[in-house]
Design a protein around this ligand. Structure first.
Ligand SMILES: Nc1ncnc2c1ncn2[C@@H]1O[C@H](COP(=O)(O)OP(=O)(O)OP(=O)(O)O)[C@@H](O)[C@H]1O
Ligand SMILES: [Mg+2]
Length: 289
C-alpha cells in the first residue's frame, strides 16, 4: 500500500502544536497530515517579496504573529507596510492599535514612506485606535456599582474598542503596537499569560490576520536574552518574526529571521533586510554568513 511519506520535521512540528493545545492523547499520522494541510491552505501575504518567500507565501490567515525586535529595528514600519499592502494590493481593510505613538505623529512618520494613512482613513479602509490612554487609567475603575481592577479594564476596553473598529471597516488585518505597553501592567507571569491569551483569543475572534509588535531584549550577537517574560508572547503567538541588529565584522547589519510559524514550513535562516525610503526590503536570497 502506498504510504504518504511526510518529512519527520513537519510531523514533529504538528505534534508540538498539538501538545501546546493540551491535547495529550496521541493522534494518528493521517490526522496530523490533515491538520498540516489545513493549516497551510490559506496565507495572508505581507506584500514584501523577500519576506513572503521566507514565509512560503505569507502568514497564516486569521492567526497572530509577533514581530519582535529592539528599538529602531523597524517593527512599526514593517507592520504598517503589512497594513498598507493589504489595502493597496489585496483590498483588505486595516486597523492599527497604538499603545505608544499618537495618531498625528504616527501618520506623519508613515507619510515619509509614501503611505497616506489619512486618505485611507477617509476612504474608510483604515482605522487608527489610540489605545495609549489605557496606560494611564486609575488603579480602580467603576462600571455602575461594580469596581474592577485597572488591568481588567485595560484589557476589556482594548478588546472592545478593537473589535468595534474591526467591525466598522470590516478589517482583515490588525496591528497592535507595542504589546509590551499593555503587558507590563501584569507583574505575575500567569497574569501576563492570561492577558496575552485573552488578547490573542479576541484577535482571532475577529477573523482578521494580526501582527503584535514586541520589544524584545536581544544581544546584538544574535544570542537571545531569553528571560521568561520575554519568551511568553513568543510562545503564545502562532508565529514570530525577529528583527535584529548584528555586528558582522566591523559593520552593523540588520537581520530578519522567522523563528517559528506553527504547523508551517518556513525558512528559519537569518537574512539581511534594509529600511529604505519606501519601507522594508528583505533579501531572502542572501545569507548573513
Ligand atoms: N528613510 C529611511 N531610510 C532608512 N532608515 C530609516 C528611514 N526612516 C526610518 N528609518 C529607520 O527606521 C527605524 C525606526 O523604525 P520603526 O519606528 O519602525 O522602529 P521600531 O522597531 O518600531 O522602534 P521602537 O521600538 O522605538 O518603536 C530607525 O532605526 C530609523 O533609522
Ligand atoms: Mg515602533
Amino acid at each position: 500500500m502506498y504510504r504518504l511519506r511526510f518529512h519527520q520535521q513537519w510531523l514533529s512540528t504538528v505534534r508540538n502544536e498539538i501538545a501546546a493545545k493540551d491535547i495529550s492523547h496521541e493522534r494518528p499520522d493521517f490526522w496530523l497530515i490533515g491538520a498540516y494541510l489545513l493549516s497551510t491552505s490559506e496565507r495572508t501575504p505581507i506584500g514584501i517579496a523577500g519576506l513572503d518567500e521566507i514565509l512560503t507565501g505569507g502568514i497564516p490567515t486569521g492567526r497572530v504573529v509577533l514581530v519582535a525586535g529592539g528599538p529602531g529595528t523597524g517593527k512599526t514600519i514593517l507592520s504598517t507596510q503589512f497594513l498598507v499592502n493589504g489595502i493597496r494590493m489585496y483590498r483588505e481593510n486595516a486597523v492599527f492599535v497604538s499603545l505608544d505613538e499618537n495618531k498625528q505623529h504616527y501618520f506623519a512618520e508613515m507619510t515619509k514612506f509614501g503611505w497616506d494613512l489619512a486618505e485611507f482613513e477617509e476612504q474608510r479602509k483604515f482605522v487608527f485606535v489610540d489605545a495609549s490612554p489605557i496606560r494611564n487609567v486609575p488603579g480602580e475603575v467603576r462600571i455602575g456599582k461594580i469596581a474592577i481592577g485597572k488591568r481588567d479594564f485595560s484589557m476589556l476596553s482594548l478588546i472592545e474598542t478593537m473589535a468595534s473598529a474591526v467591525k466598522g471597516v470590516e478589517a482583515r488585518r490588525i496591528v497592535i503596537d507595542p504589546i509590551g505597553a499593555l503587558t507590563f501592567q501584569y507583574p505575575e507571569l500567569f497574569q501576563r499569560r492570561n492577558a496575552v491569551l485573552d488578547l490573542t483569543e479576541a484577535l482571532m475572534g475577529t477573523g482578521a490576520t494580526c501582527m503584535m509588535n514586541s520589544e524584545l531584549r536581544r544581544a546584538t550577537g544574535g544570542e537571545a536574552d531569553l528571560g521568561s517574560e520575554v519568551q511568553l508572547e513568543e510562545y503564545l503567538a502562532h508565529g514570530v518574526i525577529v528583527l535584529q541588529t548584528r555586528q558582522i565584522g566591523r559593520s552593523l547589519v540588520r537581520v530578519l529571521l522567522v523563528e517559528k510559524v506553527r504547523v508551517t514550513p518556513v525558512d528559519v535562516q537569518p537574512h539581511p533586510y534594509k529600511i529604505t525610503g519606501t519601507g522594508i526590503e528583505v533579501y531572502s536570497k542572501e545569507s548573513i554568513f
